[in-house]
Design a protein around this ligand. Structure first.
Ligand SMILES: NC(=O)c1ccc[n+]([C@@H]2O[C@H](COP(=O)([O-])OP(=O)(O)OC[C@H]3O[C@@H](n4cnc5c(N)ncnc54)[C@H](O)[C@@H]3O)[C@@H](O)[C@H]2O)c1
Length: 284
């Protein structure tokens, strides 16, 4: 099946990033947010970020106009009806996503692939909310989506080979490297990454070292491009907590049990970059 029209649901960090990736790759993109103005703001933000690339000489002005021209903002799920694939990228909450898959199943044409960008949640539980469980899979981009080369294509028990092949081809057409993984919490990357991130918070909470020194140590000692606390701030502490909770629910491994400091920061609304404060301060 050839994918031409892509729907994105959710206009947060990942929805915006994936919309930009798909529009740059030449797909027609419909971005749906619950409010029309939020969807329009997202397209305006994308245009501003592309403007900066034009100023730096990394993008032609004509290409910027073409990319932005391919993106249509909407608040209506019915506008996704003719999409060949819809990638859901709303809050990491199984109840919210299940409800959305049910609605997408009614709104979209019968052969639309319904994909989730979830980091950890069971994809099969979304598939069985629809009348097309064979056409549901995970297409998991990484943050920031325009820069990160990997896409995990997640195969729930119900998915057909055609769906997985189309998801892989779509990721490649977006210039990404797909890997295929079974529907297990955390897939490959987050199952391996989150015990490390959680243990960095544990070190901070126990007073072993300052946040700055923990991040400096992992950058200088392991040659990582970012420290673990800065990475948690980039991902969003609410999303990170939801990921750890889902991993712990599935495997009961104590390495996945979220450190209390992380939970308290989320309760305090300190969610990282998106709120201006997390382990570090972004308000200036
Ligand atoms: N942040 C990351 O690094 C990252 C990376 C890969 C995948 N993901 C996954 O992408 C998805 C979105 O994460 P994000 O980081 O973009 O989050 P975000 O907080 O930036 O955005 C969440 C979006 O969900 C919408 N939303 C919230 N409640 C909703 C509801 N009840 N119904 C419909 N929409 C609702 C919000 O308006 C917002 O547009 C999650 O499943 C997350 O696990 C996140």
């Amino acid at each position: 099946m050839e994918i031409q029209r892509v729907g994105i649901v959710g206009s947060g960090i990942m929805g915006s990033g994936v919309a930009e990736v798909a529009a740059r790759a030449g797909f027609e993109v419909v971005i749906r947010s619950r409010k029309q103005e939020t969807a329009e703001d997202m397209v305006a933000r994308m245009a501003r970020s592309l403007d900066k690339q034009v100023e730096k000489g990394r993008l032609e002005a004509g290409d910027r106009d073409a990319i932005v021209g391919r993106v249509s903002p909407t608040s209506q799920l019915s506008e996704l009806a003719e999409c060949d694939v819809v990638i859901e990228s709303v809050v990491e909450d199984l109840g919210v996503k299940k409800h959305l898959f049910n609605e997408l199943d009614s709104a979209c044409k019968p052969d639309t692939i319904l994909a989730t960008n979830t980091s950890t949640l069971p994809v099969v539980e979304l598939a069985v909310e629809t009348g097309r469980p064979d056409r549901v899979c995970g297409i998991h981009f990484f943050n920031p989506a325009p820069m990160m080369s990997l896409v995990e294509v997640v195969r729930p028990l119900t998915a057909s080979d055609d769906t997985i092949a189309a998801a892989r081809a779509f990721a490649e057409a977006c210039g990404k490297q797909p890997v295929e993984v079974k529907d297990r919490a955390g897939f490959i990357v987050n199952a391996l990454l989150f015990p490390y991130l959680n243990n960095a918070v544990r070190l901070l909470e126990s007073g072993t070292a300052s946040g700055d020194d923990i991040d400096t140590a992992m950058k200088g000692g392991c040659n990582f491009p970012m420290g673990p606390l800065a990475l948690l701030d980039l991902v969003g502490l609410d999303t990170s907590l939801a990921i750890l909770d889902a991993l712990y629910d599935e495997f009961r491994d104590p390495n996945y049990a979220a450190v209390p400091l992380l939970r308290r920061m989320v309760a305090a609304g300190q969610l990282g970059r998106k709120t201006g404060k997390g382990f570090f301060d972004y308000s200036r």
